[in-house]
Design a protein around this ligand. Sequence first.
Ligand code: MTE
Ligand code: MO
Length: 313
Amino acid sequence: MPIRIPRGWEIPESRVTPEALVLGRRRGLALGAGLLAAPATALAQGAPPALPPAMRNTRYAPGRDITDEREATSFNNFYEFGSHKTISRAAQRLPQRPWTVKVEGMVESPREFGIEDLLRFMPLEERVYRLRCVEAWSMVVPWTGFPLSALLDAVRPLGSARYVVFETAAIPAVMPGLRQSWYPWPYIEGCTIEEAANELSFMVVGAYGKPLPPQNGGPIRFHQPWKYGFKAGKSIVRITLTDRRPVSFWERVQPQEYGFWANVNPEVPHPRWSQASERVLGTNARVPTQIFNGYGEFVAALYTGLRNERLWA
Ligand SMILES: Nc1nc2c(c(=O)[nH]1)N[C@H]1C(S)=C(S)[C@@H](COP(=O)(O)O)O[C@H]1N2
Ligand SMILES: [Mo]
């Protein structure tokens, strides 16, 4: 079934970055406020320059307090750096520049994008999204990024493309976790083209108004807030459009526990624990988990026609 990805001019008004901001951002870059103005030493170490300003999109109200920045940037899941939650120091070794993302496969114009071009030409905005990990903890983060559909527009998917596959960085010299050779590196994730076109599907390049730190998947990660966090590939290097459903990292490791769809559902327990509630990072409060992590109004329709699919984790 051919799916239309909305074109830029069809994006609802609430999602359009005000022109003044866009112009200001470009002018700022032209004047050297962006890449050129970053201290040479920072660039030499592969550190990103400051993030261009982005307006908060209030269409997606989180309904909860934003998680303390230190919590969100120091309690992380990133197996390439180790299978525990304190990888944030180790992850600082992941060079953030230069960084490119290939977008290829079933598209009219395959391209390799430099991260600076994405920061410059994609419609950046801030969205405060919930993130629910399958391990029953959650957080609320102001992410800066752009709709995945804006990136796909630039390469023009073929009508035959049915899935979008995300491949993330695998750099043995800086990622000690890769020595755990029983894992099927690189980390792969994916979704359907319909899910990719959904307005919530977001490419993230920043958090808390700053460049996305490496431990959170800098310089670029994905996030679909209605799905469990493992669907959100970190430090993405390649996006492939295909007609074959990918087998993702955790699905390959443990297919009884982690599936392709992985939509949040409090009523479908993980084989080893309940998903009825979650622990909020920072406060440690226990709160009830919501179906589709509370984003059903935006995404429930994606799944109405699907039968014989294990839609929940
Ligand atoms: N490449 C890669 N991406 C990944 C992971 C990972 O181990 N490797 N872990 C996932 C899981 S299980 C979660 S919950 C989120 C955690 O994101 P955070 O550390 O920013 O909270 O990243 C996801 N993306
Ligand atoms: Mo997770």
